[in-house]
Design a protein. Structure first.
Ligand SMILES: *Cc1c(COP(=O)(O)O)cnc(C)c1O
Length: 397
């Protein structure tokens, strides 16, 4: 049996639904239900506070981090789980700035996810030492790498279009310019092969609830290059990043290596779900996932272009520069997406006019792609989107 038919059977996919939004929230791994249930029943329920030792809750952030490390080309002991991605962005940026103190510019790009830019802005205000955030167009980032840049902070795969930066080349260029590099892997982890060690990246962060399928509110991860992990002084210096949390020392002393990037109490229940999801990831090879993702993406683009000429492809044509998502634009994109969802094909909408579809080989096959394209075709051809009800904006789009 094809490995991806096997993995598909390991997810709960609601009857009649074609799910192309796993880039935003992955579906439920069937085993996660029993795993979380068992955690509640046998660990929280029976062990109470002794679970921190008996069930290994305290070691879980590093243990789970190691499982994610494999998917992003990081050595064991360099990744730890906790908090949300926005927090991890702040933490990585504060640490990187402190490691490169003489310079004033944080360089990002205008396509970055707003939260990353907001966190940078907030940190700049807190530090109040004349730092500046620059966010040129993604294609112009390399040209802005000069001797003022302290940190290059980029999201590898654009959350809207799927455009993918060349991680290796930009990391090399940034290092040559004397800057440190932070990669946000929100749309890379579990989507494309990543080689953090091979690229010599300084920091990386990402979330687990998108391609990795940990469920809503699943914890983020942070990677720190081993050469920095013993140097950085965490700005969010919480007790669980302390060398000896249970010494209750009034002074902060950073913990060993990556452990210092922990902040407070980890989300143990949520990590039980993530561990069940990672059992599925253990079965596959990222190169095979990538090959299937390209195959399905190319099929989707070809079908939509053929059947829906009103939609414009806004993702890169060259699969080598595209992540694992495909986007189209249309002035009525929001209404079209609502019509599509009402017919059981779930993607999402990103302002101002983008219809976005995640391509996730673990549970999406070519039949799903064909069904999605033909449903979209019907909606466009019969103008089924042209209803007031489909124009009412929900809180989450
Ligand atoms: C999804 C995403 C986030 C979300 O951050 P949370 O704190 O987990 O809500 C942040 N940055 C990028 C680049 C994202 O794609």
């Amino acid at each position: 049996m094809d490995i991806f038919e096997r993995t598909r059977a390991m997810f709960h996919l609601p009857e009649g639904v074609t799910y192309l939004d796993g880039n935003s929230l992955g579906p439920l791994p069937i085993a996660a239900q029993e795993r979380v249930d068992a955690m509640l029943r046998d660990q929280w329920g029976e062990m109470l506070i002794t679970g921190w030792n008996k069930a290994g809750w305290m070691d879980q952030p590093a243990r789970v981090g190691d499982r994610i490390a494999r998917l992003i080309g990081a050595p064991s002991g360099s990744v730890v789980m906790g908090d949300t991605l926005s927090i991890k962005v702040y933490q990585a940026l504060a640490s990187a700035l402190e490691l490169n103190p003489g310079r004033k510019v944080i360089l990002s790009d205008s396509g970055n996810f707003p939260s990353d830019l907001y966190m940078a802005d907030g940190l700049i205000r807190t530090l109040d030492r004349g730092l500046e955030l620059k966010a040129p167009a993604p294609e112009e980032v390399a040209a802005h790498l000069d001797s003022d840049v302290a940190v290059l902070m980029l999201t590898q795969v654009d959350y809207r279009t799927g455009r993918m930066h060349d991680m290796e080349a930009l990391t090399r260029a940034a290092h040559a310019a004397g800057a440190l590099v932070i990669w946000d892997l929100a749309h890379s982890a579990g989507a494309v092969p990543v080689d953090l060690a091979g690229c010599d990246a300084d920091f990386a962060v990402g979330c687990s609830y998108k391609f990795l399928n940990s469920g809503p509110g699943g914890p983020a991860f942070i990677y720190v290059h081993p050469k920095h992990a013993t140097q950085v002084r965490p700005a969010l210096s919480g007790w669980l990043g302390h060398e000896q949390p249970f010494a209750f020392d009034p002074d902060y002393r950073p913990g060993a290596g990556i452990e210092r990037m922990r902040v407070g109490t980890p989300p143990v229940i949520q990590m039980a779900a993530l561990e069940a999801a990672l059992d599925i990831w253990d079965l596959v090879d990222m190169d095979a996932v990538r090959a299937r993702s390209i195959e399905l993406s190319e099929l989707f683009i070809a079908l939509v272009e053929e059947k829906c000429p009103e939609l414009t492809v806004v993702s890169p044509r060259d699969p080598a520069t595209r992540g694992s998502q495909v986007a189209f634009s249309h002035p009525e994109g929001y209404a079209i997406m609502q019509a599509l969802i009402s017919k059981g094909v779930i993607g999402d909408f990103r302002a101002p006019d983008i219809l976005r579809f995640g391509i996730t080989p673990l549970y999406t096959n070519s039949n799903d792609i064909i069904r999605a394209a033909s449903t979209l075709h019907k909606i466009m051809e019969e103008r089924l989107w042209d209803r007031d009800a489909y124009r009412v904006r929900a809180r989450v789009t």
